[in-house]
Design a protein around this ligand. Structure first.
Ligand code: SF4
Length: 355
């Protein structure tokens, strides 16, 4: 990487970068950088920006996030999915607050819960002058194309090549801006399926462009096999329209979120698995199956069969801390988009007359 190419990249970035609320002058405050980087993992930036702004209003600094109960943090994360990230962010910020100061190097930051090589390098570079490059999929794609590397996305060899490529950029143009510039180029110009090469500052030295096949670089990441699951759920509406939600147990999928009682049916019949849930909830009487809904969590494709029940009497579990009656259209607890799907599926069924 020549100094001229790195300078052209930074000039392009200064003239064309998107204005994002988290993009403040360097060095940045590590708290908003950490929040935005964790949010941006597996989520498109147009969904991250409003969520980030909302989150920063609720928890403007590390102290306020550390002091917040987990339920409030998960609720503020609603709509972003992958809630495990929120729990790890919360734990990491609590560790920083307990220590009384931020770790400053990539190696120290990587000891915080949930901070992988990318996030720890990003916080170190953007906040503390670190020169280890944050390498994400955008940096890998630009590297594979500029250098013409026939390697798979997220593979070790491409990750190492992208790391070396970004280090060259830093040497040619020291400072965190050059790291941000190459990520921005990948996000906005050197995009996966339709790179806009005529606008690209790296076009003069780009091997993929010279060969006329940018779209072939890098090779796609090998797909993880999808896993099909079948769940049942108990939809228990009350006369005032509220439904019974239960906090999903730790160590399971959707842990910490509030949803109607759910269970993996395994090899059992749907009706039998639903009846077990009804017994756990202290509900007798008929169960009426509603149309199944589909929900995906990473590589898992889940079919959820809701069963609508009714209740006329208060139940013992109403006093338990992990049960709550909530308006399913606007719950006051952290939930998943699965709740809205179940609400739509059960809308007609839940109007059945009480037994
Ligand atoms: S010239 Fe095209 S393929 Fe090469 S880095 Fe730029 S946008 Fe990507």
């Amino acid at each position: 990487m020549t100094e001229a190419s790195a300078a052209a990249l930074v000039d392009w970035f200064r003239a064309n970068c998107r204005e994002l609320s988290m993009r403040t002058p360097h060095p940045r405050d590590p708290y908003p950088v950490l929040v935005s980087e964790v949010m941006a993992q597996q989520t498109q930036i147009d969904r991250v920006v409003p969520a980030f702004d909302r989150f920063m209003e609720l928890f403007p600094d590390a102290g306020s996030l550390a002091a917040a109960p987990e339920d409030e943090v998960l609720q503020a994360w609603s709509g972003l999915g992958y809630y495990r990230r929120a729990r790890l962010l919360h734990t990491a910020v609590r560790a920083v607050v307990a220590a009384g100061e931020w770790p400053r190097t990539r190696a120290e930051l990587a000891r915080l819960p949930g901070l992988g090589p990318y996030t720890s390098a990003a916080v170190a570079a953007f906040c503390f002058g670190g020169d280890d490059p944050p390498v994400d999929g955008n940096v890998e794609r630009v590297t594979a194309r500029v250098l013409g590397l026939d390697l798979s996305l997220a593979s070790g060899p491409l990750r190492r090549a992208a790391d070396a490529f970004a280090r060259d950029l830093w040497r040619a143009h020291p400072g965190p801006e050059v790291f941000e510039a190459v990520m921005e180029l990948g996000a906005t110009v050197c995009t996966p399926s339709a790179p806009r090469c005529p606008e690209c500052p790296l076009a003069p030295g780009c091997q993929a462009l010279r060969r006329g096949t940018p779209g072939l670089f890098p090779r796609p990441r090998p797909q993880r096999a999808t896993e099909d699951r079948r769940w049942v759920c108990l939809w228990l509406p009350r006369d005032d329209g509220r439904v019974l939600l239960r906090r999903v147990a730790d160590g399971t999928l959707l842990a910490g979120l509030w949803l109607p009682p759910l269970a993996d049916a395994g090899v059992a019949r749907n009706e039998d698995a639903a009846r077990r849930l009804a017994v756990e909830a202290g509900v007798a009487g008929p169960l009426v199956a509603a149309p199944p809904v589909r929900h995906s969590i990473t590589h898992r494709r889940i079919t959820v069969v809701p069963f609508v029940a009714s209740t006329a009497t208060p139940m013992a579990h109403e006093r338990a801390a992990n049960w709550s009656w909530e308006d399913p259209a606007a719950p006051a607890v952290a939930t998943s988009s699965l709740l809205a799907k179940l609400r739509r599926a059960c809308a007609d069924v839940s109007t059945l007359p009480r037994p």
